[in-house]
Design a protein around this ligand. Structure first.
Ligand code: G6P
Ligand code: MG
Length: 216
């Protein structure tokens, strides 16, 4: 049976995905090129440094590690400026209702985000206590599509991968969940999240019962 739901943060609980995109776009523009929304799909769920590497390759640039650290820090500063104004109003539609259904169903929850800013964002939106386990970018060595962030979440909750459902908006995140041996709900477009076991536009379009029926 399913015993735990594991949630990505950016683009699932809160729409920070747009802020990551805006900050990366600003960086790319300063470097003399642009990144499209379509290209940005590849960046979703991918760690800060891996994202920068993809962006630099896209712009045909090779830079020193020192310069890359500087650019990553700059992007994060812009990103933090964007998220500093967030409040609980920024929680995505349907999240509160879905979480109350999750509690009623007696399921455990974990956050599985490769973002080092995840605790700060949870604090800002008033969801710091909403999860039984929190795995963020400071607790992992490999970002998505590696399954580490989700397998660690399952381990902390003391459940097996087969007892978990992952909720993801990113191609890399869906792959991470699948590689971890979990049922994956993709939130977004079925044309993009082709590896997901079930796809819906957002948590607002799903009930816990629907997910459990499909997953077990
Ligand atoms: C999430 C986002 C990515 C972001 C990554 C690292 O997975 O989807 O866009 O690059 O976290 O976030 P951070 O806040 O540590 O730079
Ligand atoms: Mg995401």
């Amino acid at each position: 049976p399913i015993r735990a739901f594991l949630f990505d943060l950016d683009g699932v609980i809160v729409d920070t995905a747009i802020y990551h995109y805006q900050a990366w776009k600003r960086l790319a523009n300063e470097l003399g090129f642009d990144i499209s929304e379509e290209f940005n799909e590849q960046l979703k769920g991918v760690s800060r440094m891996d994202s920068l590497d993809l962006i630099l390759a896209h712009g045909g640039l090779t830079l020193s590690d020192e310069k890359k650290n500087e650019l990553a820090a700059q992007k994060n500063q812009w990103y933090l400026e964007l998220v500093s104004r967030m409040t609980s109003d920024d929680i995505l539609p349907g999240v509160a209702t879905f979480f109350s259904q999750v509690r009623k169903a007696g399921l455990q929850t974990a956050l599985g985000s490769v973002s080092k800013n995840a605790p700060l964002i949870l604090e800002r939106i008033g969801m710091a206590d909403a999860f039984d386990a929190i795995i963020d970018g400071t607790k992992i060595t490999k970002g998505k599509p590696d399954p580490e962030v989700f397998t660690k979440g399952a381990a902390e909750l003391e459940v097996s991968p087969a007892e978990c459902v992952v909720f993801e908006d990113a191609v890399a995140g869906v792959e991470a969940g699948k590689r971890g041996g979990m049922f994956v709900v993709g939130l977004g477009s079925p044309d993009v999240l082709t590896q997901a076991d079930l796809v819906a536009p957002s948590l607002n379009d799903l009930t816990v019962d629907q997910v459990l029926t499909k997953a077990q």
